[in-house]
Design a protein around this ligand. Structure first.
Ligand SMILES: Nc1ncnc2c1ncn2[C@@H]1O[C@H](COP(=O)(O)OP(=O)(O)OP(=O)(O)O)[C@@H](O)[C@H]1O
Length: 395
């Protein structure tokens, strides 16, 4: 069955929802007597508490405001409820969405995204339970971008996958496994496969530091049960859960050899992500270099395209990381200026499309008859001819 995505009636320009999550000092930092320099003073503002020198004061702000900030004692449940849920659950209404975690190594990206992915999935299953009148199909794929090469996290074959441009679907990852989810435990089983496959490296900053970008992608299709499989139209959308690798400089992680090479690639992808976000934050004029990295190519529609997007920027409170924390907040400040334009995605089967076009055809015929006007007759006849040709093409 050839399927044609159609734009739904609702289209919605909105900004990326940006939040900041401050983690508590960890045991090592406490043992080192590290000071905690950042404080969330209300639900939207985070401040730098340490005294700035005169020179610093002219260079750095002391207060930063976002859609939401989460202090060190906030639970991941709260971060999900107030920083990601609305965006992630758009998928049930046929709207593409993405939730990203951005921040330096050991700032809490994986900690945050693991919780958010599970809470979102639990809510999606809950939604399915409450909508017995609809039939749902959930498909999961998972990929890792490591040293600018894309790997399937649901396959034991670790050969790199090609990223291609498809005229209908946009950027696609060739041969990426897409598992149809049977139930919650199947989902958990697939998650543990991903976890085992993900490249784990050890750096001086975070003992289980992830050196790769991970994208978990859930595709959800749904249609009214009565008409399911009858060539009717359905809602279809994807939600991406993106756990980025650490944004720190390779040198700060005392990297060498392999780690250094990884660091460069990680930074190249994140550098491009930063450039794309910076360009988009200044409006849409000029070239946006999505194609300069695999990460931005694959996530292009989530960055200023047909998707709702939430970014959670994770922050270490320790004084030693102040430079990285400021970089993260700078990225977050740019991201909150970026607008996306999410639409409801209705996928039509050929049969449904023919029906839709036939209805359109008779609507135009009626309009033509009732108007009785002669001046527009040739235009209208041309439109009808076009519709006829379209119908012939899909039959
Ligand atoms: N908000 C938090 N509360 C308690 N512990 C946290 C919090 N955030 C992170 N941690 C702990 O800090 C450590 C580092 O977190 P995590 O692995 O999520 O960092 P990361 O940003 O994903 O790092 P990397 O980029 O290296 O993957 C983990 O042991 C995690 O359990």
């Amino acid at each position: 069955m050839r399927r044609k995505p159609m734009q739904g009636p609702s289209s919605n320009v909105e900004r990326i929802f940006v939040s900041v999550r401050l983690r508590p000092l960890n045991e090592k930092e406490i043992a080192r007597n590290d000071a905690s320099d950042w404080e969330c003073i209300n639900e939207t503002t985070i401040i730098y508490r340490n005294n700035l020198s005169v020179a610093e004061r002219s260079m750095y702000p002391t207060a930063y405001t976002f859609d939401r900030v989460f202090s060190h004692d906030c639970t991941t449940r709260k971060v999900y409820e107030e920083g990601a849920k609305e965006v992630a659950l758009s998928v049930v209404s046929g709207i593409n969405s993405s939730v990203f975690a951005y921040g330096q190594t050991s700032s809490g990206k994986t900690y945050t995204m693991t919780g958010i992915t599970e809470y979102s999935m639990a809510d999606i299953y809950d939604y399915i339970d409450r909508h017995k009148e609809r039939e749902f199909i959930l498909k999961l794929s998972a990929m890792e971008i490591y040293n600018e090469s894309v790997r399937d996290l649901l396959s034991t074959d670790s050969s790199p996958l090609r990223v291609l441009d498809d005229p209908e679907k946009g950027t696609i990852v060739e041969k990426l496994t897409e598992e149809t989810l049977k139930n919650w435990s199947h989902f958990k089983e697939l998650l543990s496969i991903c976890e085992a496959q993900r490249q784990i490296g050890e750096t001086s900053l975070n003992e289980t530091s992830s050196r790769s970008h991970q994208i978990l992608r859930l595709t959800m299709e749904s249609s009214v049960r009565e008409f399911f499989g009858n060539g009717t139209s359905c809602l279809a959308a994807t939600v991406n859960f993106v756990d980025l690798a650490g944004s720190e400089r390779a040198s700060q992680a005392l990297s060498a050899g392999t780690r250094l090479k990884e660091g460069c690639h990680i930074n190249r992808s994140l550098l491009t992500l930063g450039t794309v976000i910076r360009k988009l934050s200044k409006g849409r004029s000029g070239h946006v270099p999505y194609r300069d990295s695999k990460l931005t190519r694959i996530l292009q529609s989530s960055l200023g395209g047909n998707a709702r997007t939430a970014i959670i920027c994770t922050l270490s409170p320790a004084r030693i990381h102040v430079e990285q924390s400021r970089n993260t907040l700078l990225f977050a400040s740019c991201a909150k200026e970026v607008a996306t334009n999410a639409q409801v995605n209705i996928v039509m089967s050929d049969k449904a499309l023919v029906k839709h076009l036939q209805r359109e055809l008779s609507r135009l015929e009626n309009e033509l008859r009732s108007s009785g006007a002669t001046s527009n007759i040739s235009d209208s006849a041309a439109i009808l001819r076009e519709k006829d040709i379209e119908i012939e093409k899909v039959i």
